[in-house]
Design a protein around this ligand. Structure first.
Ligand code: G6P
Length: 612
């Protein structure tokens, strides 16, 4: 949520900042801005409401911003509507200090009132402006820039990742973080700050992740890190494995389509390091076997699609390991007085590893004495670093706001973990375990087969893209899939959609079914297929049009036409979700495409949500 980039080097900063913002735009895209300091100490900035291309146009039509040091920002508005003035960077009254910020300052009203009494004039409605004004206010007292930043940070309550420029220091930038992601990139005669590593891949893959309360002073040639008390500290450098091409569209019209198509490879990469001698093996959990055997309850904690993964995981792990599993929304878990102790395993699921609600729930669980295992895609992210154990999905960078390949890799990790745990506690027979493994090996190929027949979903989308309301129904694992299918459709196409446990429909919602309503029925969970077919008949009798998602061997049992039937390959029941989500993703994608929606950047959303 909000993207930050900063550059200190020997060449013009603006093109590098704009390039970085392009890669960060998925974090927020209602406005954007840059600020630079010229070698002779002139602070210049440009910012504008709208997408990055509007800022580019502004910059092309004004005096060039001169300077080899600068900060940039792409915004997802919290305080104050998206407009030019509320865009970042925010600038102090005396044009000395510029700040970009990601996060929320909770006590900004109090600081604003304090500064207003001192004669500072505020121009925006944002919480961020207080940071710029307060640093500048302190700076004019003793001209100690780093000291002014520290004094300001000590007064802030809330979450922040900030980049700070001062007109008096044309070769220096300051960065700080608390509860919002920020990393430092090491280049050749240049250095960077960024919210996310994808913004830096063109320049460097050597980074250091900042921790809470740390501050960094960045020049083109040197980076000095400080702890919360201004003591100098050493930071570890990490080499990032992702390459530039993995964060580019590579000929696809949208990142979402590219990422849907990348799923077989992402799943293959996620599975293969975890199979050794025909056993599921998590190197990350080596030595923790006894702890895992002592678990008597599991909570899956996550937000959005990752929560839907948790719902699938609940069905699978409860069935396999016979341990109670609850899937909880992170934003609810934290305030629900959860029953958690040292025998509870908390599994936090997060693509970005930065979602603030998930992070806060993780901390609450730890405070209550639970052990935290996280399933995360971004290496070195905050959730990964604060967990006791981390299993990384190998999805590679995911750029489209609507998740696809990360969802699928999270699913496969949870299912494999279910077998691993069940095997550890002796809850699964050898035959069942071996059968699962043999089906697991076929999964990437089966996914590819499904993707190769994307045209069925495309044609159905052309037929139904103008509906106002779509229902997704299914039972058991299929119900968990409905949650995701419905979310995918509504978040990118803006069609109202509901997901319902098929058996629950008759308890109220069926009154919304009328001639022409589209119902997507998931029927891949074989034990309950006939029951769901009865529910399909019920909605058809009330005039609904039905698309069904069904396994190859059951396709003749369906009462939907060929063009309204999405067939998924036969597979192990617990691997079906990895397959049956694919037609749902494709359908949502093509519906949104037909409606002319901005697929990779749906309105009001952001990929990485770092506010509560
Ligand atoms: C946002 C995204 C969703 C994602 C959710 C959780 O809302 O738009 O696609 O599922 O955050 O994100 P995480 O990074 O924690 O998986």
């Amino acid at each position: 949520m909000c993207g930050i980039i900063g550059y200190a080097g020997e060449t013009s900063a603006v093109p590098i900042l704009l390039d970085g913002l392009e890669a960060l735009e998925y974090r927020g895209y209602d406005s954007a801005g840059v600020a630079v300091v010229s070698p002779d100490g002139k602070l210049q900035f440009s910012k504008s409401k709208g997408r990055l291309k509007v800022l580019r146009e502004h910059l092309a039509n004004q005096e060039p911003l001169v300077g080899n040091i600068g900060i940039g920002h792409t915004r997802w508005a919290t305080h104050g509507e998206p407009n030019d003035v509320n865009s970042h960077p925010h600038i102090g009254n005396k044009n000395k200090i510029a700040v970009v910020h990601n996060g929320i300052i909770e006590n900004y009203m109090e600081i604003r009132a304090y500064l207003e009494k001192k004669g500072v004039e505020f121009v925006s409605e944002t919480d961020t402006e207080v940071i710029a004004q307060l640093i500048e206010y302190y700076y004019f007292k003793d001209y100690d820039l780093l000291g002014s930043v520290y004094k300001t940070l000590h007064r802030l309550r809330g979450a922040y990742a900030i980049g700070v420029l001062c007109a008096d220091y044309p070769g220096r930038m300051i960065a700080a973080r608390k509860d919002a992601p920020l990393l430092i990139g090491y280049g050749d005669k240049c250095n960077f700050i960024a919210s996310d590593v994808t913004a830096l891949l063109k320049h460097t893959r050597t980074v250091s992740y900042m921790n809470d309360d740390e501050v960094a002073v960045i020049t083109p040639y040197k980076i000095t890190f400080f702890d919360g008390d201004r003591g100098v500290i050493e930071k570890e450098k990490t080499e990032v494995e992702w390459d530039v091409s993995s964060a580019e569209k590579g000929g696809y019209a949208h990142f979402m389509l590219k990422e849907i198509m990348e799923q077989p490879e992402a799943v293959r990469k996620t599975i293969s390091p975890r199979i050794k001698d025909n056993r599921i093996f998590f190197e990350e959990l080596a030595g923790k076997e006894e702890l895992l055997k002592g678990i008597n309850k599991i909570y899956m904690i996550a937000c959005g699609s990752a929560y839907h993964v948790g719902m699938v995981g609940k069905y699978i792990i409860e069935k396999l390991a016979r341990i109670p599993v609850e899937a909880a929304l992170a934003s609810e878990f934290r305030y629900a007085s959860p029953l958690v102790d040292e025998h509870t395993l908390i599994i936090v699921i997060s693509q970005s590893g930065e979602t603030l609600d998930s992070m806060a729930a993780l901390r609450e669980a730890k405070r209550l004495g639970a052990r935290v295992l996280s399933i995360v895609n971004v290496i070195g992210s905050s959730i990964a670093r604060e967990s006791d154990e981390v299993i990384y999905t190998m999805a590679g960078p995911e750029i489209a706001v609507a998740t696809t390949k990360a969802y699928n890799t999270q699913l496969i990790i949870l299912t494999m973990f279910g077998y691993y745990l069940a095997d550890l506690i002796g809850a699964v027979s050898k035959e069942e375990y071996d059968e699962f493994l043999s089906e697991l090996g076929k999964l990437p190929e089966q996914m590819q087969k499904l993707l190769d027949s994307a045209d069925v979903c495309q044609q159905a989308a052309s037929k139904y893209f103008n509906r106002n309301s779509v229902f997704f129904i299914g039972r058991n694992l299929d119900y968990a899939l409905c949650l995701e299918g419905s979310l995918k459709l509504k978040e990118i196409s803006y069609i109202h959609s509901e997901s319902y446990a098929a058996g629950e429909l008759k308890h109220g919602t069926i009154s919304l079914i009328e001639p022409g309503t589209l119902v997507v029925a998931m029927t891949t969970y074989a034990p309950l297929l006939e029951k769901t077919v009865s529910n399909i008949v019920e909605v058809q009798s009330r005039g609904a049009e039905v698309i069904s998602v069904v396994s190859e061997s059951d396709k003749d049992k369906m009462n939907t036409s060929y063009e309204n039937t999405f067939v998924v390959p036969d597979s192990h029941p617990f691997l079906k979700p990895n397959l049956s989500v694919i037609p749902l993703q494709l359908f949502a994608y093509y519906v949104a495409l037909n409606r002319g929606c901005d697929i990779d950047k749906p309105r009001n959303l952001a990929k990485s949500v770092t506010v509560e």
